[in-house]
Design a protein around this ligand. Structure first.
Ligand SMILES: [Fe+2]
Ligand SMILES: [Fe+2]
Length: 289
């Protein structure tokens, strides 16, 4: 092992969408640079429980530690999936499978990265969204959703991501936000955090969405100050399929998605590369908002 690899890195990726054969091949080729690397997988691994288990199991066998936070696709109950669980029960099923694979989830004690750039608390979160990122002029959840239907930009979650036993996705989100804030408030305040959530914690990155009305399925106003409140050294997210680095209040936000083949193919950069979170890479462009 080369000396420079001895201490490893905390790296991240998301939106693997392994139902696509080309993306599956990217995961098969994904290997740590050092046996000490930790991998954050920030959701949207795949649509079926079997696909999620396949990818996380493969990666858990290669990386020292794998930390997973669910995306909306993991929480779908798609037709044809032998696992027909919905909502909370489906999430709990995936958490159980992760534990069997040795993958850390939002339900486990937050692990501490002690390699270069550490120590930091790595906190995988599962927060969902609550339709609070509405377009201007649409003051209620109902009005924003009606406008989405009128314009034909409706997230598939409306049909496949069931909130059971909660009455709605936004009420599930509220419960997750409350419980997660409580846990984060109880953390060791001496340690900075790396906050990992499939959906961005602040709204600004959604401003460049092709269809801004889609932002209502992308996060919640409730987390707007979490990167400051919970002392984030970095925030890792995906979901938007717009991979980039931005800075908010001096905190680095990394959108680490792979996305669909039709999205990554035209980019002309090698797809399926992990993003280095810690140690903080040199020369990260300070894209300020
Ligand atoms: Fe995705
Ligand atoms: Fe997503």
């Amino acid at each position: 092992m080369p000396a420079e690899d001895a201490d490893g890195s905390l790296v991240a990726i998301s939106d693997l969408h392994v139902g696509y054969a080309e993306n599956r091949a990217l995961v098969e080729a994904l290997r740590p640079a050092s046996p000490r690397d930790w991998l954050i997988v920030a959701g949207d691994v795949g649509d079926t429980a079997a696909d999620v288990e396949w990818a996380l199991g493969l990666l858990a066998g290669r990386f020292d530690t794998v930390v997973w936070a669910p995306g909306n696709h993991e929480l779908w109950t798609p037709q044809g999936d032998p696992v027909t669980l919905r909502g909370v029960a489906r999430y709990q099923h995936l958490v159980r499978r992760c534990r069997e694979l040795g993958v850390l989830t939002p339900e486990d004690p937050y692990p501490v990265w002690r390699g270069p750039g550490g120590p930091v608390l790595v906190a995988p979160l599962f927060l969902l969204y609550d339709y609070s990122w509405r377009p201007a002029g649409f003051d209620t959840r109902e009005a924003a959703l009606a406008e989405a239907y009128r314009t034909g930009i409706v997230c598939t979650d409306e049909f496949l991501l069931h909130p059971d036993p909660y009455p709605s996705r936004h009420e599930w989100c509220a419960a997750r936000v409350a419980e997660t804030a409580r846990r984060l408030a109880e953390r060791d305040p001496a340690l900075p955090t790396v906050l990992v959530n499939h959906w961005p914690l602040v709204r600004e990155p959604t401003r460049v969405l092709r269809y801004p009305i889609f932002a209502q399925w992308c996060g919640t106003e409730a987390t707007a100050d979490w990167h400051r409140r919970f002392d984030a050294a970095a925030v890792v997210y995906g979901h938007l399929h717009i991979p980039r680095t931005t800075w908010h209040d001096g905190v680095r936000f990394e959108e680490v998605s792979v996305g669909y083949p039709r999205e990554w193919r035209p980019r002309g950069v090698p797809p399926g590369r992990v993003r280095q979170i810690l140690p903080a890479p040199d020369g990260v462009p300070p894209t300020a908002w």
